[in-house]
Ligand binder design. Structure first.
Ligand SMILES: [Fe+2]
Ligand SMILES: [Fe+2]
Length: 170
């Protein structure tokens, strides 16, 4: 399953990198729009399972974690919007359709195999971390350096939190 996860992520990254060559903040905005979806999907599934009486040992911890992660990702999204990442209709059109598919895909994936869904999003967060790291090394004088560094640290933190969550699933 992890090989399939990697294949999906690598091919999606290749397509987005090609489409968004030279348009860093638009690409970041699309990535941030998509990046929020899994946390909301995990939270939805946990909430749904809890309503059915299927409350696991780490249920509250995971719900709290995913809620905080979705809020944190929203601050990234808002920053990318503030620097013009979502100004163009075509970018909003693409991201809003991708997020619709990705949200429901993550709901189903998490319901069927929570560990694999977490592992896929570890790869997503690691990719986000590398993307921002790459931006910082290629734009050493960017006026957004501090904020991008802060966001990059958040992505790495989320990857670690997801790796920890994998260990909590039975
Ligand atoms: Fe983010
Ligand atoms: Fe992220």
């Amino acid at each position: 399953m992890n090989t399939l996860n990697k294949l999906v992520i690598d091919s999606s990254v290749l397509i987005l990198d090609y489409l968004y060559k030279g348009r860093d903040f638009q690409r970041f905005w699309v990535l941030e729009e998509i990046a929020r979806a899994p946390y909301f999907a995990f939270l939805s599934v946990l909430h749904f399972k809890e309503s059915l009486g299927l409350r696991g040992d780490n249920h509250l911890y995971l719900m709290k974690e995913h809620f905080e992660q979705t809020l944190n990702e929203t601050t990234h999204l808002e920053f990318m919007e503030s620097v013009g990442g979502a100004d163009q209709w075509i970018d909003r059109f693409l991201a809003k359709h991708l997020v619709l598919v990705y949200y429901w895909a993550m709901v189903i994936y998490y319901l069927i195999n929570a560990k694999a869904a977490y592992n896929l999003n570890v790869l997503v967060e690691e990719h986000a971390g590398h993307t921002y790291e790459n931006y910082l090394s290629t734009h050493p004088h960017s006026q957004y350096r501090d904020k991008i560094s802060e966001i990059q640290a958040d992505e790495i933190k989320h990857a670690a939190e997801l790796r920890h969550a994998v260990g909590l699933i039975d």
